[in-house]
Design a protein around this ligand. Structure first.
Ligand code: MEZ
Length: 596
């Protein structure tokens, strides 16, 4: 658990992005202990430091050399984005020591941080007089070359430490059963840690206290309509009916969501957010992790599940492997919570070839392995070709500009400075509208009032993806839009907000705040792959269904690994609702199955 605590600290304290990516910075020899390098030694033994610019500021590498070996590399990048840059910080230093080289691949989705790490280590080595180019990567070694075999027995094994897996594990352990989480990445959080918006729930205490009228029925209908009625209505009903209770449960584990906003496709203010408008994902993962730690749940990081073990058709455990160990984990039940496949371009283009070349907002671990493992034991897959693109993704960093920005009043304009859609229609419609604009991009425009009231905006500003102007005209000039046109667009929009009537595009939500308080901001965005709606079929008890339509005994699934809930298009805020609601359902069903 110590490792988990350390990891959590990385999450918590690597929260904000500061400064934009850059190139070079300083190189300093640090604390050179020995000055060897005589005879046939390879290196001048000592400790060396190099610095480069990451996405969030300085990335500092400390490299310890002995006469013939890179002994240790540590890298600090306290301001790299959690869940995006932090995997690179976790993975690359060890890999470079293993390879005895800086020639390692960047971590997918964390290119800027990966490059900064490689550059910082290169500089540290160069300051020791090392010819970095001549360091040929060693073949990967796994200890003695032989992996050891280990067998573990537990009650339930949860595969995947994203939001759904962590929710299920908290519920299972709280019910008194032994549970182990297996996670292939060096960190917990999955795609959840990247989630910025919030959680949809209807008829909640929060809505009532803020006098927001909503109903489970409207939630169901919004979800069905948003998903083009391809959704499994029974699953949607479970989602909506249990959503309010799920918000209460989050509060009971120390993670209240007391604020409300509009998300695309929602009739009412339904997306529940942390106080202050910060990113929901970091917040939830921090609390899930603290709960797991308090309960003493073992989380096996860097351990990849490779196969489901079956006995006479029932799932009785998993095979998994770490760098040095092959595990057989015997369990009375397995909860699959491995996430979707939005980070696996090869897999999603197999189902939707037109997505080739799109950036992705997904965490690198979202590669669809759980779907393939379940398929191998007969699971039925549904809606695999339903892949969502999110309309507002900054393309050079893959940073998702949360829908809450539009929910809080922002508009979209094209390069001509004109609006072209109701910005809070469902994501597929808004994405299609952006793709129709010249250059297939748009600018999201907001003001200081929104920034003051939505903490999530800070990371866009500090991450250098915003353009700022003291007046609309100044902002327009900076994004190369005709100032008079943007000024007129804002004038018409602000009148629409005042009159609560958008004569141009019929927008009805996210119209509580006009855009009048300078400075003004713009972020250039375009669509990016965001959610894979397809996956393994489950029933309302989160049991995995096989191709004959029967439940596979002992196998439960929750979160993005499943298909059917979101149909043809997930509406904003329903992924977090899905992981919490179905994480809890999967746990309850697994408990019942094992007789607890
Ligand atoms: O549910 C989501 O994916 C979501 C709300 C994303 C966002 O725009 O913040």
């Amino acid at each position: 658990m110590k490792k988990l605590t350390a990891l959590l600290m990385v999450f918590i304290f690597t929260f904000m992005l500061i400064g934009c990516s850059g190139n070079r910075n300083s190189t300093e020899p640090a604390d050179n202990q020995t000055a060897g390098n005589t005879g046939d030694t390879k290196f001048k033994a000592g400790t060396y430091e190099g610095t480069a610019k990451g996405l969030g500021g300085d990335v500092v590498a400390t490299v310890v050399l002995s006469d013939n070996k890179i002994e240790e590399i540590t890298v600090k990048g306290d301001n790299e984005t959690e869940g995006i840059g932090t995997p690179a910080l976790e993975i690359l230093p060890g890999l470079m020591v293993e390879k005895q080289s800086v020639k390692v691949d960047a971590i997918s989705g964390a290119t800027v941080t990966s490059n900064a790490i490689i550059e910082a280590v290169t500089k540290a080595l160069e300051s020791a007089g090392v010819d970095v180019a001549s360091l040929t990567p060693a073949e990967t070694e796994t200890g003695s070359g032989e992996k050891t075999e280990e067998t573990i027995d537990t009650d339930v094994v949860v595969v995947g430490a994203g939001g759904a897996g962590m929710t299920a594990a908290i519920e299972l352990k709280s019910a008194g059963v032994n549970v182990i989480i297996v996670e292939k990445m060096p960190m917990v959080g999955g795609n959840t840690v990247r989630s910025s918006g919030g959680m949809n729930a209807a008829e909640t205490k929060v809505q009532k206290s803020l006098e927001v009228e909503d109903s489970v029925e409207t939630f169901i209908e919004d979800t069905m309509a948003g998903g083009h009625n391809l959704n499994n209505r029974e699953l949607v009903t479970v989602l909506a009916e249990n959503s309010s209770d799920a918000v209460d449960w989050l509060e009971s584990i120390g993670a209240p969501l007391p604020e409300l906003s509009f998300s695309g496709g929602a009739t009412n203010k339904r997306i529940h957010r942390p106080a202050g408008g910060g990113d929901v994902g970091t917040y939830l993962v921090e609390h899930f992790t603290a709960n797991l730690e308090k309960l003493g749940v073992e989380v096996m990081l860097n351990t990849e599940a490779t196969e489901l073990i079956t006995n006479e058709g029932a799932v009785t455990g998993i095979k998994a492997e770490s760098a040095n160990v092959n595990y057989t984990i015997n369990a009375k039940a397995v909860v699959l919570a491995t996430g979707g496949f939005g980070a696996n371009e090869e897999m999603y283009t197999e189902y939707k070839p037109e997505l080739k070349g799109y950036v992705t907002t997904n965490a690198p671990g979202a590669t669809g392995d759980g779907i393939r493992m379940a398929e191998a034991v007969g699971a039925k897959l549904v809606d695999m070709e339903q892949i969502q693109i999110h309309p507002t993704v900054e393309q050079t960093t893959s940073i998702l500009v949360t829908e809450s920005v539009r929910g809080g009043g922002a508009i979209l304009v094209n390069q001509s400075g004109k609006r072209f859609t109701d910005e809070l229609l469902t994501r597929d419609i808004v994405s299609a509208a952006i793709n129709k604009q010249e250059g297939s991009y748009a600018y999201i425009i907001f003001d200081q009032y929104l920034r003051d009231n939505l903490a999530a905006v800070e990371k866009y500003v500090e991450g250098g993806i915003t353009v700022q102007g003291n007046t609309i005209e100044e902002l327009a000039a900076r994004i190369d839009v005709e100032p008079a046109v943007l000024s007129e667009t804002l004038k018409v929009w602000n009148t629409a907000v005042a009159e609560k009537k958008d004569g141009e595009f019929g927008r009805e939500t996210g119209m509580e705040n006009d855009i009048t308080k300078g400075p003004f901001y713009a972020i250039k965005i375009a669509p990016g792959v965001h959610h894979t709606m397809g996956g393994v079929e489950i029933n309302t008890d989160a049991e995995v269904i096989n191709t004959d339509g029967e439940a596979i005994q002992g196998l439960f699934a929750a979160g993005e690994v499943t298909g059917g809930i979101h149909g043809g298009n997930r509406i904003g805020g329903n992924a977090v609702a899905d992981i919490v609601v179905f994480g809890r359902v999967a746990a309850a069903s697994a408990l019942k199955y094992i007789g607890q």
